[in-house]
Design a protein around this ligand. Sequence first.
Ligand code: PMP
Length: 355
Amino acid sequence: MSRFLEERYQKLTPYTPGEQPKVKDLIKLNTNESPYPPGPKTLAAVTDPDLAAGLRRYNDPEAGRLRDLLAARYGVSRENVYVSNGSDDILNFSFQAFGGDGVLFPAISYGFYQVFADLHQRDYVKVPLRADLTIDPRDYMDKGRLVVLANPNAPTGRTLSLPEIEEILRHNEDHVVLIDEAYVDFGGASSVPLTKEYPNLLVTMTFSKSRSLAGARLGFAIGDRGLIQDLERLKYATNPYNVNSLTQAAGAAALAEEDYYQANCRRIMKTRERTAAALKEMGFQVVPSQANFLFVRTDRMAGGDLYQALRDRKILVRHFDQEEIRDYNRITIGTDQEMDALIQAVGEILAGKEA
Ligand code: PMP
């Protein structure tokens, strides 16, 4: 850190992304990416020579084609869709734009919420979860702040129902309710239809998980026209070209092969249920998940020890050094083969410990 950095940024604790190690033969189950490659149309789109030649030009700042395709896919209009360089960017803007009266989010949720609250010096309240790691919707009603909820929540995988979300919306007429649906394609119910009725609802989604494009960085938000205009306002005050042309093309192509990605989601959900059953059989508590990961703990071993033992066997999962969830590990659902290797390794680790 240099002495030139403004003091408030010196004090900021940035987000720690999951590791992206380049170790060979590693089974990487730590950052909730898809285990399956982008589909053939997506691959063809990003390797198109015309697209490459066109890189000398600026990309479409409005991302018109991509937004039209998203609008058609989600049954809204172009003016209800905002696209960005990953959905993290939308979260950032939302804390900046809508967090003036403070922010409310669960104590156990996506770690970036806390970072954005700090970055924008928002007064925030972190609400504890119930003992079963579910969110109590009543905690988010009439609190006079921006509400930010991941649904499904991360790292738990637990969901709120649409009637519960609607109740939260009704009790926050004067504040934005942001529903972060990064993991909605793995069995959750989307709040998008509610955006037509509730002008205070902003739903964010991403191509990073269900559509195998984490490295392309493409997120989007759906909401009332006014909210989308607010995000555009910040974008045109920051970086009008926030989604590059390769990514716009990749996103458009991905939407043209939704069947491929939906089939992958179904596969991942099947693998998730099989993995959950196997871990339960080994005595694990497995939190019911509607996401592409499982959040698990066992009395037989400390969370950090299991993380390390798996790492020693070249299997990388995510352990959070946060008091309430220190016993847990979050395991991304990989291919069936990868999960077989995980299950076998866990079995051997536990057997070795008790030998
Ligand atoms: N929300 C949640 C809950 C997430 O877990 C993630 C992924 N780390 C994101 C948003 C951000 O995803 P991206 O920026 O890749 O769209």
